[in-house]
Design a protein around this ligand. Structure first.
Ligand SMILES: [Zn+2]
Length: 238
């Protein structure tokens, strides 16, 4: 005669594992872990956008400085060219100096125009990145709202499921020998929530060790509580 309730032990273990899983999940939800992750993602997106906007402002300021420089160099060039061809300067040395000044102004203006062009290309790229970042901020904000609502719904589901599982648990527990149940509960506390496991093809499904043929034979003939020779959990032949 085998111990009363041995055949219900695996059902009890499955029920207890479900309860453990749901309680763990409830803990996560109550601690707001998902929400915290979503918030962190939102904050990261916002800070990326903020940085891009700052960089864009600085590029815009630099661009208008260049535009202003180009304009003033243009005015100066016009003036110098008027002087050059206005006939007011007859001195060859002075004319030469003026010519030199005009050439150098043209070179500087052209360099500045190139720099402005480069800046505009960079600005276009940054604009594109900024609009992507703006979309990301909107998406992560929506996610934060969604996660908040999801968590509330999931907590309701968990409460309902836990109630059912606990009813199942006490029903099962009532069918199991007291000594066996006590050992099972003790083992669960000591061994990460698993007190009983099936033996499938000679392998303990808790510790995954293969029991020796001799030990398997001995266990099969044992009418008392059977335990894995490696992890010491209660074992049930599947
Ligand atoms: Zn084992």
């Amino acid at each position: 005669m085998s111990m009363r309730g041995m055949d219900r032990l695996l059902d009890l273990q499955a029920t207890d594992s479900s309860i453990d899983r749901l309680e763990h999940r409830r803990g996560q939800l109550e601690a707001g872990e998902d929400l915290a992750i979503a918030r962190k993602q939102m904050e990261d997106a916002e800070s990326r956008l903020g940085e891009l906007r700052l960089a864009l402002d600085s590029v815009a300021a630099q661009s208008s400085r260049f535009e202003h420089d180009i304009e003033s160099m243009g005015r100066k060039l016009e003036d110098e060219q008027k002087r050059m061809y206005g006939g007011s300067i007859a001195n060859a040395k002075e004319l030469e100096a003026l010519q030199h000044e005009i050439t150098s102004l043209k070179e500087r203006r052209s360099r500045t125009e190139d720099e402005l062009l480069e800046l505009m290309v960079r600005r276009e790229d940054m604009d594109a990145r900024a609009s992507k970042a703006t979309e990301e901020v909107a998406a992560t904000r929506a996610r934060v709202d969604e996660v908040g609502g999801d968590a509330a719904r999931e907590l309701d589901d968990i409460a309902r499921n836990l109630e059912e599982l606990r009813a199942t648990r006490s029903e099962l527990a009532s069918q199991i020998d007291e000594e066996l149940l006590e050992l099972y509960d003790d083992l669960r506390r000591q061994k990460k929530g698993i007190g009983a496991a099936a033996i499938v093809d000679g392998v303990c499904q808790a510790c995954h060790e293969k029991l020796s043929a001799m030990e398997l034979d001995r266990l099969k003939r044992d009418d008392g509580i059977k335990r894995c020779e490696y992890c010491r959990r209660i074992v049930v032949f599947a």
